[in-house]
Design a protein around this ligand. Sequence first.
Ligand code: C2R
Length: 182
Amino acid sequence: MKKKPVVSVIMGSDSDLTTMMNAADTLRKFGIAYELKISSAHRTPEKTAAFAKNAKKKGIKVIIAGAGGAAHLAGVIAAHTTLPVIGVPMETVLDGVDSLLSIVQMPAGIPVATVAVGKAGAINAAILAVQILGVSSSTINKKLEDHKKELIKKVEAKNKKIETTVLVTKQDRGKTRKNKKS
Ligand code: C2R
């Protein structure tokens, strides 16, 4: 049976889809059921408000909202729900600074947890959502611990690669230079 979504991944337009798929793919890696939707606080204001008001009743626990430019989507959703909302600023013609400031500068009382611009932000939004879910689930928390171990392994592998390629080549170059002198 298909699991009921617990995370909503919402975006302002289909032009955000490539970036927001990074959030969806990350949730899938952690085995978290999600829904993926387009909704715009500007273009479909009523639908956006209705979505935010109903999300909790549907069983959604965290909302990830990606938008670009005058990015009001995450803030408007946060205004209509008590669920945690994570905002992902899209890269734009202004390098995403417009999206970032629009999402991060919420007035006191209505928080939106704002992550980095673009792909890294979309991935981190998903991990943050998993961490929120992990507070009350030891199974999810174990997956997060494994994820951290995986990160350590990847950095160690990169260090080994540097040691065996860059440093070795440097030493070889040194030897060649010495040989030339003698
Ligand atoms: P189009 O490509 O459809 O013109 O959209 C979208 O998130 C997208 O990055 C351009 C950009 O407009 C953004 N958009 C918002 C909102 N709705 C759409 N920022 C909103 O409600 O905040």
